[in-house]
Design a protein around this ligand. Structure first.
Ligand SMILES: [Zn+2]
Length: 456
């Protein structure tokens, strides 16, 4: 009897859940950015049932029996997307301390921390991220895949993730985790299974290995980087033949290719090879940007990364300071030129270089460098959805799309920093937040970076 009543109770629970799923929710606010229009819609209404949007418009009447959530003097928008995060990592504090922790922390402990970063990200209004690299020295764990799967299964709360696993790069290049350490300190040279590959055939093997292990997107490093000790920031690191193999193999497997690239020559070669997005792009010249525009290649500028490093230069070794200054000095002109030339710009921040959850600060940096607020909002919604290949499901507020919806106070078209004050987040019809965040900001690492996260 007891077990029968328990089973009945379980059925009743499912009954309630099913009813809740059918519940119609009406979201109202004084304004709405729908992801498509050039202006905000006044008196925006989005009607949600289950995980989807069933109607959108101005002054729509609420169906009878609907739960109405009136958000007042606020702006509704599609859930934001960040096309460049590293949710399993955190480089935001003292560089040397972080580097040491990469070596001494148990990977499981780092994975547990990542659940906090995921929550902080979705609570900041970012309902989707393209996570571009997750690597733990000497470990073959795929923590980003685990994080994505756990979010998809509802085990933890976080954004929808498209993950790149390890990122593919050359021996001694930006992604080589043993660069800057004594030769063979880690017992062996990294290989394709660490994402380190030389020559077209090894690059193909690395792509296949990552897709086999759950990659949704392929990340490559085609030039040097700022936060790596043993390379120059703008030198090319893959040959045109290697880039061609990277793109061909990825596209055959229907995966898009994002490449870390600061240098102009590497960018030109990568664009010719057919990559889908150039990440950073600091030193790209107008001629290179024009090629991007003509080919439809996206630029993911990650202005927040340089901004953060420049504001905390003392946290980095002198060699990295010099690279950061050079990249920082070049990227503002590059970005202004990209906007002027009409290059497709995707919103991406490089979260992990700065504390997770501060992604929205990128909007103001974009607007300060010449982008209109509406175009900045589009970059984080419709543009990112197009780049990620998920535009049929998300990115705009339209009937039939998944109900990923955020609200921010006031009018972001007149004050873009409203995006930093998102107070309502819905993902696939479920309310993640309506009011103060659940993830305590205390749980996010702050500088000087101390890896200990308070748990009590
Ligand atoms: Zn990055």
């Amino acid at each position: 009897m007891r077990s029968t009543s328990r089973i009945l109770a379980i059925f009743l629970c499912f009954g309630v859940a099913a009813q809740a799923a059918d519940q119609i929710i009406v979201l109202k606010a004084e304004r709405m950015f729908d992801g498509k229009s050039k202006t905000l819609v006044q008196n925006g209404v989005v009607i949600v049932q289950g995980n989807a949007i069933v109607d959108v418009g101005s002054n729509l009447p609420a169906p009878s029996g609907a739960q109405v959530i009136d958000l007042g003097d606020a702006t509704l928008a599609p859930g934001f997307m960040d096309a460049h995060t590293h949710l399993t990592l955190d480089y935001s504090g003292d560089y040397n301390v972080r580097r040491l922790h990469e070596l001494d922390l148990n990977v499981s402990e780092q994975a547990i921390r990542a659940t906090i970063f995921a929550r902080a990200t979705v609570e900041a209004g970012f309902t989707t991220v393209r996570d571009l690299g997750s690597r733990f020295v000497g470990s073959r764990e795929f923590v980003d895949v685990a994080l994505r799967n756990s979010i998809n299964k509802g085990v933890i709360v976080g954004p929808r993730m498209l993950v790149a696993t390890k990122g593919i790069g050359a021996t001694g290049g930006h992604f080589d985790p043993t660069s800057g350490f004594r030769d063979f300190l880690f017992g062996r040279e990294p290989d394709y299974s660490d994402g380190i590959a030389d020559g077209p055939e090894e690059i193909r093997k690395a792509v296949r290995f990552e897709v086999k292990n759950g990659a949704d997107v392929i990340k490559g490093a085609v030039s040097g980087g700022v936060l790596s000790l043993a390379d120059e920031v703008d030198t090319p690191q893959l040959t045109p033949a290697e880039m061609a193999a990277l793109v061909d193999e990825s596209h055959r497997l229907r995966k898009k290719v994002a490449v870390h690239c600061h240098g102009d020559q590497a960018a030109r070669e990568a664009i010719e090879a057919g990559v889908d997005s150039i990440e950073h792009g600091s030193f790209m010249k107008p001629e290179t940007l024009t090629r991007m525009k003509n080919k439809g290649t996206f630029l993911t500028p990650t202005l927040m990364a340089t901004e953060w490093i420049m504001s905390k230069l003392d946290n980095y070794p002198p060699a990295l300071q010099a690279k950061a200054k050079a990249a920082g000095a070049a990227r503002s002109d590059m970005f202004r030129n990209a906007v002027k030339l009409g290059v497709k710009i995707s919103f991406g921040t490089d979260a992990a270089v700065f504390p997770h959850g501060q992604n929205a600060k990128e909007f103001k940096l974009m607007v300060d460098l010449g982008m209109t607020p509406i175009d900045a909002l589009k970059s984080a919604t419709a543009n990112d959805a197009e780049l990620l290949g998920i535009a049929q499901k998300v990115g705009t507020l339209e009937k039939g799309k998944l109900a990923d919806i955020v609200a921010m106070p006031g009018d972001p078209a007149s004050d873009i920093t409203a995006t930093e004050r998102v107070f309502f987040v819905m993902k696939e019809g479920k309310i993640v937040r309506n009011g103060p965040p659940i993830a305590s900001t205390d749980a996010k690492p702050t500088e000087p970076a101390d890896v200990v996260v308070p748990v009590d």
